[in-house]
Design a protein around this ligand. Structure first.
Ligand SMILES: Nc1ncnc2c1ncn2[C@@H]1O[C@H](COP(=O)(O)OP(=O)(O)OP(=O)(O)O)[C@@H](O)[C@H]1O
Length: 332
């Protein structure tokens, strides 16, 4: 479904300085994000857009993977600078980024309407849904920034990620949560994050840690009993966990963190130390900055990218510097 509305603001085109750089604005809405809460958010957003008499196109996803196709279809139709706003969680942003990669006229933003929203937190730098909406309604507060993205290949399949990629227990938990009826129940109570904590507690008691070989910019490291390895483009993962505080999305590097050997209790304590960055001083937590990293697990284990299961067991990742235009708030 698509709709187009009136183009200019009441007093002329100049007010829409940055948005008019994006001559077209499209919203791609995931109607099942946040267990349908995204639709309520979209209704509120649309009311404000109409009050401002903005012109935009609207598309609703109809199946998993549809946002990627919609973004690619929109962008292949014209070379006009176009801003695509994902209304949903990190899964929706992930799909839009994958559809938009390779189209230099694309700009991507998000109205947070999911359970994780790490893209909005760490890259777009919006504090909440209203703050994100301000980007659109007060274009003077917006800047367009070319950020790095990760390109990954697992099992012969190539894909991009904008936040982070994880192999190990984090991906296994993601897969279990997505299949669980508890996700809907917790989401409908607006407590989507609690379900991840519940599955984390459950999973770490049964998870079989595995050995992994990691090649960081050509240097091989062997880790035994690995819980997870995360490759990140920004500080946050897993819905607000500041796991790689030094990661920057525009430095041409990816940050890698490997967590191994800890007992389940130590792993829980490690996550507590993340609040003040203390985890980085733990011997069993190793971190690197790199341009490329390959990971191979001794045992089959899942891989998630931006919270979506994308592969398993082995993956090669490289950074593509300044590949994706995103909208962010003007830095103070
Ligand atoms: N119409 C649809 N029907 C079914 N699945 C869809 C549809 N549109 C998008 N999806 C899938 O919904 C999943 C969740 O999307 P998203 O991350 O945006 O929302 P979320 O509520 O934050 O979920 P999560 O907790 O997994 O992050 C993604 O895997 C996406 O591919």
């Amino acid at each position: 479904m698509s709709r187009m509305m009136n183009l200019k603001s009441e007093d002329g085109e100049s007010e829409l300085k940055e948005i008019s750089k994006a001559e077209k604005v499209y919203f791609i809405i995931n109607p099942i994000a946040q267990n349908g809460g995204s639709m309520k958010i979209w209704t509120d957003v649309e009311m404000l857009l109409q009050q401002e008499r903005m012109t935009y196109g609207v598309y609703f996803t109809e199946y998993k993977g549809h946002a990627r196709k919609l973004a690619a279809d929109i962008l292949s139709g014209s070379r006009i600078p176009s801003l695509i706003i994902a209304v949903g969680g990190d899964g929706t942003v992930h799909e839009v980024i994958n559809g938009a990669a390779g189209f230099p006229q694309a700009m991507v933003g998000s109205i947070p309407a999911g359970s994780g929203n790490d893209f909005v937190r760490g890259l777009q730098k919006s504090k909440n849904m209203k703050h994100a909406l301000k980007l659109l309604l007060q274009p003077a507060s917006m800047q367009v920034k070319a950020v790095d993205i990760g390109k990954a290949i697992s099992g012969g399949k190539a894909f991009y990620f904008v936040n982070s990629l994880g192999i190990g227990v984090d991906a296994e938990i993601t897969a279990e949560v997505n299949q669980s009826p508890w996700k809907k129940r917790f989401n409908s109570l607006k407590m989507g994050k609690l379900v991840y904590i519940y599955f984390f507690m459950k999973k770490i008691l049964s998870y079989k840690r595995t050995d992994m070989q990691v090649e960081v910019d050509g240097v091989t490291h062997l880790f035994s009993k690995v819980w997870f390895i995360v490759v990140s483009n920004q500080p946050y993962f897993g819905g607000g966990i500041k796991i790689l505080p030094e990661a920057k999305s525009d430095d041409g590097y990816l940050d890698v963190l490997a967590v191994h050997q800890l007992t389940p209790i130590q792993l829980m304590l490690m996550f507590i130390t993340v609040f003040w960055g203390g985890h980085q001083t733990i011997k069993q937590v190793r971190s690197y900055k790199c341009r490329s990293v390959s990971i191979r697990s001794a045992q089959p284990v899942l891989i998630q990218a931006d919270g979506e299961i994308e592969g398993n067991t082995e993956v090669s990742v490289s950074v593509i510097a300044h590949k994706m235009n995103i909208v962010t708030h003007q830095e103070d």
